[in-house]
Design a protein around this ligand. Structure first.
Ligand code: TRP
Length: 335
């Protein structure tokens, strides 16, 4: 039987899932789990680069697990786990660090950015973020890594580290993983503030979350940026208006979109009506996620079961890798 490609991706446990995350990444994870051997994990070791306190760390991780499950990740199909449940990752990270050079690590864009943003905390974990990420990936001997554009440089480094290991020990051990960049294929979800994409760092009111209650969604949508309305027939839509239409395209029926499009083109559109409709359609779209999130929040036992199951599966694989790597390096077999 032909082996399915191994797909792996890490999730930073920061903030709640919004529509932009959903259409920009999570929906693809959900699709990929049907046809590939998938590993998805919460990158909680990586979180330590910003020194979170234990309570926040734990509640963020839990919330992310809940939201990804609600969004459709199926623990029976994909392996869903916490990075910190695979301590073998840290050992492989140590090995990789021995062959990672200061110069190449210092040149990484995300490192430079972080160093600029938190000059009081430029720790070695930030510098070696790419070797830890490489360890996450190659410990499962992944082939495909679905990531956004911002992670491509990290992935390129993973390839470098994997190749370097193979060359150094004259083995063909680690597969060289490929970035699976789905940025292009997916619809970009704009925010509600008139410009740019949906994001949680773009300020209050810009993003709609999967776990957001209807009242709050209505408020946000009604406050979305618009303009004074079209003055000429069939005129091009300025960005804030186009953004609302783009949102409609993903949550509303084609008839609804066509109806408001026509109104826009003949200058009879009332933005209040459009927003009301958009809000209701977003609420309809997010309702199943919202319900599922609230249901899962009450089910600690189930969450624990999912995480335990994921840890066990991911760990078997990781242990095998580290055992073999220790042998290749020349260490005694201890496990
Ligand atoms: N660096 C990724 C991010 O910031 C998260 C991550 C950690 C990751 N380890 C990974 C992604 C391994 C893919 C594969 O989003």
């Amino acid at each position: 039987m032909e082996k399915k490609p191994i797909v792996l991706s890490g999730i930073r446990p920061t903030g709640n899932l919004h529509l932009g995350n959903y259409f920009g990444a999570v929906k693809n994870f959900v699709k990929m789990q049907e046809t590939n051997e998938c590993y998805f994990f919460i990158a909680d070791y990586h979180m330590l680069t910003t020194h979170p306190n234990p309570k926040d760390l734990q509640s963020n991780v839990r919330q992310v697990v809940i939201e990804y499950l609600a969004a459709g990740l199926d623990p029976e199909k994909a392996t869903l786990y916490l990075q910190s449940d695979i301590p073998e990752t840290a050992e492989l990270y140590l090995f990789l660090n021995m062959n990672a050079y200061l110069g190449e690590l210092e040149r990484v864009t995300t490192f430079k950015e972080k160093a600029r943003k938190q000059p009081e905390n430029i720790n070695a974990g930030l510098l070696t973020y790419p070797t830890l990420m490489a360890s996450d990936i190659i410990i499962q001997r992944a082939h495909l890594v679905p990531v956004g554009k911002d992670q491509e440089q990290h992935l390129e480094m993973t390839r470098t580290f994997a190749r370097r290991f193979n060359r150094m020990y004259k083995v063909d051990y680690f597969p060289i993983p490929k970035a699976y960049n789905f940025d292009q294929e997916l619809v970009k979800i704009p925010g509600l503030d008139g410009s740019g994409k949906m994001g949680k760092s773009e300020g209050e009111g810009n993003a709609v979350f999967l776990g957001e209650d209807p009242t709050s969604i209505r408020k946000k949508v009604m406050r979305a940026v618009t303009d004074n309305g079209p003055t000429e027939m069939n005129q091009e839509k300025p960005e804030p208006i186009q953004n609302l239409f783009s949102l409609m395209e993903v949550v509303s029926s084609p008839d609804t979109v066509a109806h408001f499009d026509e109104d826009y083109n003949n200058c009879s559109i009332r933005y209040g009506d459009l927003k009301k409709q958009l809000a209701e359609d977003i609420i309809n779209f997010t309702a199943p996620f919202y319900e599922k999130i609230n249901e899962l929040k009450k089910n600690d036992a189930y969450i624990k079961k999912v995480i335990d199951m994921g840890a066990e599966k991911a760990r078997v694989n990781a242990q095998k890798t580290v055992r073999e790597v220790r042998e290749i390096i020349g260490f005694r077999k201890i496990y």
